[in-house]
Design a protein around this ligand. Structure first.
Ligand SMILES: [Mn+2]
Length: 426
């Protein structure tokens, strides 16, 4: 493991949260993510299913977990690969049963060969069957996902039972983070901070965007992160106006701004940050004007993050504030705002959400109408993008909701233009 061992008490707590939401005589099943084929005999880098990790801490492929209360007591049963010497010769050592127990705190562990028989017995004796599934409404894929296929088979086979998707239950559990999880997100954020400081100092005209990415990757890995929580965006000049620009293959031009949306993933927990800084270490007057406008919106929205609010409400407020800033910047006129098309006038310059939840996934579980509670972690990320002026600004921190309001986990990463200039010229 690249990260310090997570206490099994976290996974026990997480399992207990799930059990508390299962009706009597229920059995829930979660499969590891499939290994995604690349080409030839290769796979893409492996990342565990966040739901399975959440209740077990296990990152090994082909693992399965069943959470059941069909015999009235709550019980977790874990299945792992039977380690075969010929496979290990190629892929390295696989988990032993004692090791899987030490990571997960689960005492009943079998090899996957035994899964089918044990599951049949458990399913047969349960009234409610839950299957794991990626239910993110923004996921668009034509792939036949194994979880979904398994769920459909369950529905076909057990017509006399209540068969349902486990996602709503796991979402309700995962959305509020335990102190141990917050500590891991803080660690990921601290690594992200270190990368920004190094990059700000190394930035100069004439080098490629990917050279900044190389510094970032180096610092993430050196600090024990899994790597990037998502493909980093390192966009100078007009590239910053493309929201998900990840080619990072252009030369940094003197006079341009760089938008960098990035974050390390530590122990499978994400951090998410966006900063905008000048290639030559000095903002122009106009760049500073637009940057400060987004900074003001960021500060106001951040101060509105508190228990009881929703992301949908923050979004409305952001759009109002951005519209005002666009007016003062002279980007929009009062007439533009009055002429209503199918979309409001500001939409051309600000077209994305101001917040998403953050946790085991960078776009973590939880919807826009979720009422914020202490322990939830979310982004705050307003922006203004103008192709006319070739300036794209987005400012983003990872933020924890607290009893009193919120705590910015990235407060110490310079954001304001003056602080950035000071850092770059130090
Ligand atoms: Mn984000």
């Amino acid at each position: 493991m690249r990260y310090s061992k997570i206490p099994t008490s976290l996974f026990e707590k997480n399992r207990n949260k799930v059990f508390a939401k299962l009706p009597k005589y229920s059995s829930a099943i979660i499969f590891a993510n499939p290994q995604m084929p690349r080409n030839g005999d290769l796979f893409f880098p492996y990342r565990q299913n966040s739901d399975l990790f959440y209740v077990t801490g296990i990152t090994q492929e082909k693992s399965i977990v069943i959470l059941t209360n069909y015999k009235s007591e709550n019980k977790a049963i874990l299945f792992i690969l039977n380690p075969q010497p010929d496979l290990e010769q190629w892929e390295g050592r696989k988990l032993r049963i004692e090791e899987a127990e030490e990571i997960s705190g689960i005492s009943e562990i079998h090899y996957t060969e035994e899964f089918q028989d044990i599951w049949e017995e458990i399913a047969n004796n349960s009234d409610h069957l839950y299957f794991g599934q990626n239910c993110n409404p923004r996921l668009k894929t034509d792939l036949l996902l194994p979880d979904k296929i398994f769920g459909e088979k369950l529905q076909e086979k057990w017509t006399n039972k209540d068969v349902a998707c486990l996602s709503p239950i796991l979402t309700a559990c995962r959305i509020v983070k335990e102190p141990e999880e917050i500590a891991l997100i803080e660690k990921a954020s601290a690594i992200t901070r270190e990368a920004f400081i190094e990059i700000a100092k190394a930035t100069r005209a004439g080098i490629y965007e990917y050279e900044l990415e190389a510094i970032m990757t180096n610092i993430f890995l050196r600090n024990g992160a899994n790597g990037h929580a998502f493909d980093p965006i390192i966009a100078n000049g007009r590239n910053a106006c493309y929201l998900h620009y990840v080619k990072n293959d252009q030369i940094l031009q003197n006079g341009n701004l760089i938008l960098m949306d990035f974050g390390s993933e530590y122990a499978n927990y994400s951090s998410d940050c966006t900063r905008v800084f000048p290639v030559n270490g000095k903002f122009t007057k106009r760049q500073k004007e637009i940057h400060s406008a987004v900074c003001r919106v960021f500060t106001q929205i951040k101060s509105a993050i508190a228990p009881g609010k929703t992301i949908a409400e923050l979004q409305k407020q952001t759009c109002r504030l951005i519209q005002e800033e666009l007016l003062s910047l002279g980007i929009l006129s009062k007439q533009n705002i009055k002429n209503k098309g199918d979309k409001p006038a500001y939409f051309k310059y600000y077209m994305h959400g101001v917040s998403h939840f953050i946790g085991l996934d960078t776009h973590d579980v939880g919807e826009k109408d979720e009422i914020l509670k202490p322990g939830m972690v979310l982004s705050c990320e307003p922006g203004i993008y103008t192709f006319e002026e070739e300036i794209g600004i987005r400012l983003e921190d990872t933020i924890l909701v607290t009893e009193q309001g919120c705590r910015d986990l990235m407060e110490t990463i310079p954001m304001e233009a003056n602080d950035i200039e000071e850092l770059m010229n130090s």
